[in-house]
Design a protein around this ligand. Structure first.
Ligand SMILES: NC(=O)c1ccc[n+]([C@@H]2O[C@H](COP(=O)([O-])OP(=O)(O)OC[C@H]3O[C@@H](n4cnc5c(N)ncnc54)[C@H](OP(=O)(O)O)[C@@H]3O)[C@@H](O)[C@H]2O)c1
Length: 283
């Protein structure tokens, strides 16, 4: 395995850098100066990088991830999450390299009452979801032997900008905090997503897959567990989405079905167990 890692500076990108280093897998992680997904030159720069590094797998952790910001900048978000994904995938297909990309639970509307399967129709509620759905639709026009697209949800890590680090800091400094209790999903450790991705690649899995930690939670329940593990004095109170209007609508229920992935690579870790491990290493 020789990996070209795009977006290596991000939260998930760092999890890959650490895991690939630990496994002694050769990789190159070019910065934005070598590959800018907002540029019209993505296909050309990718082809050059694949050639130069002789990579057989491209793992793309780069994306437009500002969910609320996408509401006012949808074309820019779609350029990165839609058009650039198409260009990266085409360059990989021409080079006979596997293209690995990440998707989101936000491609679904959240009206379901049981976990979303990999084949359910996309019905995004917000601009970020539409931009990620555009990337999926572009991939689906290509031969699925060349790509693996892994949808995930509620990512966190001991580093980077994420809910766990923000909540921990707030609960250690504020007496009470209101957190929404009417959005249900699956918190996921970025490190687990990296190891599950490598297991799916090894299993020759292709097309759209789901990978999250196991179990489900609301943001309120997730925050409560973060506070408990941090021994924080601050308490968490439940509130509704309507109490805290945000620019982008969020799905009420976005639990991703894991049955196919678990059949291939074994059971996913329960989210409370994963969180306890990460909480001991928060930077
Ligand atoms: N975070 C979540 O809760 C979540 C949930 C579901 C799915 N996902 C998906 O998981 C993947 C990883 O997310 P993450 O949270 O790790 O992201 P992140 O921490 O926000 O990192 C984003 C990465 O993308 C790079 N990037 C952004 N715009 C770029 C551009 N124009 N050209 C080149 N690189 C660019 C950034 O580079 P710079 O360092 O140079 O800015 C950074 O390395 C994404 O596909 C995301 O959509 C995330």
């Amino acid at each position: 395995m020789n990996v070209l890692l795009i977006g290596g500076t991000g939260m998930l990108g760092r999890a890959f850098r650490e895991e690939l280093t630990r496994r002694q897998i050769t990789f190159t992680a070019p910065g934005r100066d070598r590959i800018d997904l907002s540029s019209s030159q993505v296909a050309t720069s990718t082809a050059a990088l694949l050639q130069e590094t002789r990579s057989d797998i491209l793992i793309n952790c780069a994306a437009w991830t500002d969910v609320d910001g996408a509401e006012t900048q949808e074309p820019a978000a779609t350029r990165i999450n839609g058009d650039a994904v198409r260009d990266l995938a085409h360059a990989c297909a021409a080079h006979r390299a596997l293209f690995v990309n990440f998707g989101t639970d936000y491609v679904f509307s959240g009206i379901a009452t049981k976990p979303y399967t990999t084949t359910q129709p996309r019905e995004p509620l917000n601009a970020y979801g539409r931009s990620k759905a555009a990337g999926e639709a572009a991939l689906e026009t290509l031969d699925a032997n060349h790509w693996l697209h892994i949808r995930t949800s509620w990512l966190y890590a001991p580093w980077g900008k994420n809910f766990v680090r923000t909540m921990r800091t707030l609960l250690l400094t504020k007496p009470t905090l209101k957190v929404v209790n009417d959005q249900r999903g699956r918190p996921t450790s970025s490190e687990h997503l990296a190891t599950t991705t490598l297991a799916l690649i090894t299993n020759k899995s292709r097309g759209i897959q789901h990978a999250t930690d196991a179990g489900e939670s609301t943001w309120f329940e997730f925050a409560q567990e973060i506070g408990r593990l941090a021994n924080a004095k601050g308490t968490v109170e439940p509130c509704t989405t309507a109490d805290f209007p945000r620019p982008a609508k969020r799905p009420a229920y976005s639990v991703l079905d894991l049955s196919h992935t678990e059949k291939l690579v074994g059971p996913m870790t329960p989210w409370r167990e994963a969180l306890a491990n990460v909480m001991g290493r928060i930077e």
